[in-house]
Design a protein around this ligand. Structure first.
Ligand SMILES: [Zn+2]
Length: 249
């Protein structure tokens, strides 16, 4: 009788334990997910999403590529406005389009490392991170680029191993503080993209845009509007390294 009486108690105790473990797992996964995508925080090393400055300085950054079609087009726009920007290039794409990559370096823009294969850099060993970063930096150096090479994780994803590797190697992680494409509905027009940037940009911000592919025509068309609008508001365009120097980073 005593044993029978204890069974319901044990069952309910076990259910409570399982529920607690599940709740803890959900919370842990949630925290890790938020951490993996945070543009402002990582566990190791320096992550810069903007810098503290009173000067109206802003850095335009373009991710992915180079590409055959749109690289010459964005370079033409930037040259017309005499703006230097920062390009986070993918190693594999540099190997496919070396001439376009060289043109970015020759025009005096800053070049950053955006991995070799543009994979999500989560739950991979240090050797994977090292291969992705080192192969790409070697290709960037082969372009004749001599400036600092910072790293921007593909999809902004990083958790433990990537920040640890970058910290160990003394490589800064650069994210962003103004990302119109992530915050507007898909298919937003160039005016909406530019309006978002003008509304949200503050001194020291880093603006992220994707302009390298045909699917990003609206972002490419937004660039002149962004440049004109920010200039009207008194902003100067600098590269990420110049911005870091102003912010004492
Ligand atoms: Zn990317």
């Amino acid at each position: 009788m005593r044993v029978e009486a204890r069974v319901p108690f044990l069952v309910s105790e076990n259910i409570l334990l399982i529920r607690s473990i599940l709740a803890l797992l959900v919370v842990t996964v949630g925290v890790l997910w938020l951490l993996s995508r945070s543009p402002d925080y990582q566990l190791f090393g320096e992550l810069v999403s903007s810098v503290e400055t009173n000067e109206k300085l802003v850095a335009l950054t373009f991710d992915d590529g180079p590409s055959r079609d749109n690289t010459p087009r964005i370079l033409t726009v930037l040259e017309a406005y005499n703006v230097k920007a920062t390009f986070y290039l993918v190693g594999e794409a540099i190997s496919y389009h070396p001439d376009e990559a060289r043109a970015i370096a020759a025009a005096g823009h800053e070049i950053g490392n955006h991995s070799y294969t543009h994979s999500r850099m989560l739950f991979k060993p240090v050797s994977f991170m090292a291969a992705e970063v080192e192969q790409t930096s070697a290709l960037i150096r082969n372009l004749g680029y001599t400036g600092d090479i910072h790293f921007r994780p593909p999809y902004g994803k990083k958790l433990f191993v990537l920040p640890f590797y970058l910290w160990r190697e003394g490589i800064k992680t650069i994210s962003w503080s103004v990302a119109p494409e992530s915050n507007l509905p898909a298919g937003a027009g160039s005016e909406a993209i530019a309006a978002y940037v003008l509304e949200h940009t503050e001194p020291g911000d880093i603006v992220l845009l994707h302009v390298m592919f045909r699917s990003r025509e609206k972002s490419l068309a937004a660039v002149p509007l962004v440049i004109e609008g920010l200039r009207e508001r008194g902003y100067q365009f600098v590269t990420v390294s110049e911005l870091l120097a102003h912010g004492g980073v």
